[in-house]
Ligand binder design. Structure first.
Ligand code: ADP
Ligand code: ZN
Length: 708
């Protein structure tokens, strides 16, 4: 391409200025500010926010601060035009290029890009298929490459699109500009794939906005059917409108009939019903002619009833992702809602059956293919029901046949077609000359998928057994860092049962503790800014002589040793309670730093408007373990992180599933010497202790021996 090209100048100098001026927003939503500042600073990144979380702004705003153009890849052609129209209306020069635009017009727009006419250009991924299009991009100064709906490039995502696999190459073709990927799918595996396919360089990762404070989550252990039904009856009685999710069609029918026998208005919904039956049922529920929907997970995609007050899981779902998505259909109107999972370990058998069905394995796929070859007519077509194929191929699990057929379709050996006038679908062999032994299957990938499916179920079961804030557990699973406890799940409510107001003596201790926090923070016009973590503040208040306290000059503070007689166990518990009560704020960062919240400042000045879950005093009978705070050691911490990576890799799970950063920090601080001490470290539960604690204890022992 010849001729001088020019680059569009930045529209604004500072993001905040643009937020108000161009978008009309007064502040940022959860997570947006951090994302915008990372992008403006020039970093590659991955952003995970739920739908409606405000992802578009994350790249639209930086686009205005950059020279040159921001390319946005989005698969949703229908939404593209709306986005562009909205931008143009805000006075931001933007356009789109997809196959609905005539080639002449596309050329015009490409020309405009080269001359700095646009700040944002939306491109459909299929455009990158054409070499001519890639060549036409040559000479355009792309300052930012934003990939929306980035989960589409993961084969493990629910919405894999082959065109997305080309994006890595497309990036190279435009000179490897800064790149940011955005998605609402938080699965760790999908995130990993995104980083890999796009080749993001030292990317930042922000996961935020997943918490649903209006939901109170509960997991109730039940061992008999009668118990389950009794719980359903109570919940429906108390909350009236909602969804009962069941794992199988048979269960849906059984439970909906039971509800009807109690005189409750319920619809049933599952994949075995005809399209018309399902549409009718859905309509009845949406029109509020029924209060309860009893359904399999086939229900929900199109459901937009905001006033769902409860979601019950009659059996354990197959993954935390599925659980949270379904539970999340409660309380869409923002009003409070309850979600209850009725947990019985025996139900995991159903999920295992589903996993087997979803992962037929190479041998079964070949058997089915052989059966199809044998049965095909002269046109290479087979018209057999799934049941026939299952039996003919000598299999037991009909679901596996569906999955195997899907794999064969994806790898180009067969195609499926509707048979007029019949309910079954026909199969056409596309390469009938290929023998069953010769079909190419990525066996490694098939096995990997099965392994991941099993891991997901395991994580779900582990959560059911944990006695830890449900919301926090889920957010950590999704990778949200420093998620607080929710205060309203079954575990939180249990623990918070002994919250009460302070006695005079306790009130004084709290005020001293808070003023210690204030001394160790910086006061800014905008509020407090943390400089130390909880451990160090506690050590200062205890009057510790440890090196890190003295070196930081903390022994010179007027609050030094002020709470010496309280003991470290009590103070650590107190700080936890203060955090949970919102008097202390924990700032996110490499290490969590603590500051006062506004509430905390008011209490420090004397307000008594707070309640705490006060820590136990003294030693309860049986001699609970008293942990000693040995001072946080960054060296040990990074050694433990390495160990965690290794264990996670070996188990095929993301690192935070082994232990969260916070738990690692606690291990590096308390340095437990045996199992009993290890179990007393906050964040170490029974299940994880069994699996991982021994390795960490060994590492801590080795480390302290090296230290002499
Ligand atoms: P997503 O792409 O994550 O689903 P959108 O980018 O479409 O979400 O944003 C969802 C809604 O939130 C939009 O109506 C948008 O205008 C609004 N929104 C985005 N950022 C802000 C903000 N900082 N303040 C107020 N509203 C916002
Ligand atoms: Zn909770």
């Amino acid at each position: 391409m010849s001729g001088a090209s020019s680059t569009s100048k930045p529209l604004v100098q500072a993001p905040l200025e643009a937020l108000k001026r161009h978008f009309g927003h007064d502040g940022f939503l959860d997570g947006q500010e951090r994302v915008v500042s990372e992008i403006v600073a020039g970093r590659d990144g991955l952003v995970v926010m739920p739908t409606g979380g405000g992802k578009s702004l994350c790249y639209q705003l930086p686009a205005l601060c950059f020279e040159g153009v921001t390319l946005v890849v989005s698969p949703l052609i229908a939404l593209m035009k709306d986005q562009v129209d909205a931008l143009v209306e805000k006075g931001i020069p933007a356009t789109l290029i997809n196959s609905t635009v005539p080639w002449e017009e596309q050329r015009e727009r490409l020309h405009g890009m080269r001359n700095g006419a646009y700040k944002l250009v939306y491109v459909a991924p299929e455009r990158f298929r054409a070499e001519s299009f890639l060549r036409a991009l040559d000479g355009v100064e792309v300052s930012l490459f934003a990939v929306d709906e980035a989960h589409c490039l993961s084969q493990w995502g629910h919405d894999f699109r082959p065109d997305y696999m080309r994006l890595g190459r497309a990036l190279e073709a435009v000179g490897r500009p800064q790149c940011v990927a955005l998605t609402a799918t938080a699965t760790p595996v999908v995130r990993e794939d995104i980083l890999k396919v796009l080749g993001l360089r030292e990317p930042f990762e922000v996961v935020s906005g997943f918490s649903r404070p209006n939901l109170s989550l509960a997991i109730t252990a039940v061992d008999k059917k009668a118990q389950k039904l009794a719980r359903v009856r109570e919940v429906v009685g108390a909350h009236r409108t909602g969804i009962v999710y069941c794992a199988t069609r048979r269960k849906v029918e059984e439970v909906s009939e039971t509800l009807a026998s109690w005189g409750m208005k319920a619809i049933a919904y599952h994949g075995g019903m005809s399209d018309t039956e399902r549409e009718e049922a859905q309509e009845v529920f949406l029109q509020r002619k029924a209060d309860v929907a009893v359904a399999t997970n086939a229900f929900g995609m199109g459901i937009d009833r905001a006033d769902v007050r409860f979601v019950i899981h009659y059996e354990v779902p197959g993954s935390i992702e599925a659980y949270y998505q379904e539970a999340g259909r409660a309380g869409r109107d923002g009003e409070s809602a309850v979600c209850e999972l009725l947990f019985n370990y025996a139900d995991t058998r159903t999920q295992e059956f589903f996993i087997e069905g979803a992962n037929p394995g190479a041998q079964a796929i070949r058997d089915i293919y052989r059966y199809l070859l044998d049965e095909a007519d002269d046109e290479h077509e087979v018209q057999r029901s799934i049941e026939d194929i299952t039996e003919g191929a000598g299999l037991k699990n009909g679901m596996a046949v569906g999955s195997a057929l899907a794999t064969l379709v994806r790898s180009g050996y067969i195609e499926r077609f509707d048979v007029p006038g019949k309910r079954l679908r026909g199969t056409r062999l596309k390469r009938p000359d290929v023998f069953p032994e010769a079909i190419e299957l990525d066996e490694g990938a098939l096995e990997e998928k099965e392994r991941r499916d099993r891991e997901k179920l395991k994580a779900m079961v582990e959560m059911c057994y944990a006695r830890s804030c449900r919301q926090q557990w889920i957010l950590e699973y999704f990778g949200e860092e420093d998620a607080g406890t929710c205060g309203c799940c079954d575990v939180c409510r249990d623990d918070g049962g002994d919250e009460r107001e302070a006695t005079d003596e306790e009130h004084l201790i709290v005020r001293k503790a808070l003023s210690g926090v204030a001394r160790m923070s910086r006061r800014r016009s905008t509020g407090w800014e943390g400089r130390f973590g909880r451990g160090k503040v506690v050590m200062m208040l205890l009057g510790s002589r440890s090196q890190e306290v003295v070196a930081a000059g903390l022994d010179k503070l007027s609050t030094y040793g002020l709470l010496r007689e309280q003991g470290s166990g009590y103070l650590n518990g107190l700080f936890r309670a203060l955090t949970e009560a919102g008097l202390i704020r924990v700032e996110t960062g490499e290490y969590p730093l603590i500051t006062l919240s506004e509430r905390g400042e008011r209490v420090m000045q004397g307000s008594r408007n707070y309640r705490l879950a006060w820590p136990d005093r003294g030693q309860p009978a049986g001699g609970a373990v008293e942990l000693e705070d040995r001072g946080f050691d960054p060296g040990l911490y990074s050694a433990l992180r390495e160990l965690r990576s290794r264990l996670a890799k070996a188990a095929g799970v993301p690192p935070y599933v082994v232990f969260s950063n916070r738990t690692l920090e606690a291990l590096a601080r308390y340095q437990p010497r045996d199992l009993e001490e290890g179990l007393a470290v906050p964040g170490v539960g029974e299940v994880k202790a069994q699996r991982y604690l021994r390795s960490f204890l060994d590492a801590i022992r080795d480390w302290s021996q090296c230290r002499g």
